[in-house]
Each structure stands twice: as C-alpha cells, then as structure tokens.
Design a protein around this ligand. Structure first.
Ligand code: 8DG
Length: 181
C-alpha cells in the first residue's frame, strides 16, 4: 500500500514525510508495501473509492444509476471482495466500472461512518472519454465544486480532507512524463 505524504485515519491527520509537496512524487520515495493500521470494526462493510485526478487537477465524480443511492454523486469504487486489500480492490473496481487501467493508487484517507469503512485513493486519470457501467453521468470538477452536488456523508468528509491538503500547499496535479522539465 502506498500512502500520500498526508493521511487521514478516522479524522486524525498524519504527515508521513516532510519536504514532498507534490503528492505524486511521494510514490517514488515510498514505493514499498506498508501494512495499513488495522481498524477494528466487526461486521463493517469495507469500500474503496477512487479520487481520479486529471492533469489540470480536476476530480472525477459520477452519478449512481441504480439501487438505494441512485441519483447520488460519488467517487467510483465499490466493496472489497473477501480478503482483498483496498488497493487491489480499487484497481479492480475502476477497471470493471470505467475500463481504466490504473497504477499507483495513493491512499490518503480512511474514514468510517456507521458500518462503512471507506478507503480513498488518489489515482491519475489519463483516459479522456469516460463511461461507467454503474453511473449515468460523470463530471470533472475542481475540488471546491464537488460540494455543489448531492453527495454521501462520507464523501463530504473526504472532499473536506482533499481541500485541506490543497490549502496546505500540496499539489494534486500531475504531469505526463513527456511534459516534465
Ligand atoms: N462506490 C462508492 N461507494 C461509496 C462512496 N461513499 C460511500 O459512502 N459509499 C458507500 C455506498 C455503498 O453503501 C458502499 C459501496 O458499495 P457498492 O459500490 O458495492 O454499492 P452497492 O449499492 O451495491 O452497496 P450496498 O450499499 O447496496 O450494499 O459504500 C463512494 O464514494 N463510492
């Protein structure tokens, strides 16, 4: 599991390494597996969510097209299967839902509400035309714009944490390798 330089675990904030200001650079410092803190929550539903970021720093949100959350905007993702790790789950989910092949999911938030534990990962969005099996609409939004849409409670908390990370001066934009100077 690769963390960002900042991680929120149940609303507590941890800084893992100083001196790294672009969250994507952290992957190159920290490319080894680390076991995540084991949350004790018996009978919890564990869910991974993808904060897919484009090169302009916009985030993908999607409107659910079925079930009890139909019409609600959320981050793509879904439940962990069996003993699956959250990072493996998010790679599988966004392949299934959006047909996106992702690398280096960066874990930055573990939030709980009721019986749900949500693991949120930053991922690079390189694909242009997005369509989802689970959603009828998608949007690319700057983080402050996300609040304009009806969101699940946990997603508001995750968005608050993204805003805090940006206000502190961390950059969530990334560059294509060929654009790097
Ligand atoms: N995919 C996704 N799920 C989220 C987010 N935030 C959040 O609280 N959840 C909750 C909603 C669902 O209860 C659960 C995701 O499960 P799922 O994607 O398999 O959806 P589901 O409707 O089949 O799940 P269920 O609640 O009916 O059991 O996590 C989010 O940003 N993305």
């Amino acid at each position: 599991m690769i963390f960002t330089p900042v991680i929120y675990i149940e609303n507590k904030r941890y800084t893992l390494k100083s001196g790294v200001r672009n969250i994507w650079d952290y992957a190159t410092f920290n490319n080894k597996k680390i076991e995540i803190h084991n949350l004790s929550c018996s009978g919890c539903k564990k869910v991974s969510a993808a904060i897919l970021i484009d090169p302009q720093g916009r985030i993908l949100i999607a409107r659910r097209n079925y079930g009890k959350h139909k019409g609600v905007w959320e981050f793509p993702g879904g439940k962990l299967e069996g003993k699956e790790n959250p990072d493996i789950a998010i790679i599988r989910e966004i392949k299934e839902e959006l047909d996106i092949d992702a690398n280096y999911p960066l874990l930055f938030d573990i939030s709980m509400q009721g019986k749900i534990v949500l693991y949120s990962f930053f991922l690079k969005l390189t694909k242009k035309d997005i369509s989802s099996t689970d959603h009828d609409k998608t949007k690319l939004l700057y983080p402050h714009e996300i609040y304009r849409y009806p969101l699940l409670e946990l997603d508001k908390k995750v968005t608050d944490h993204i805003m805090e990370i940006i206000k502190e001066g961390y950059d969530i934009k990334w560059k294509h390798a060929e654009d790097r100077t």
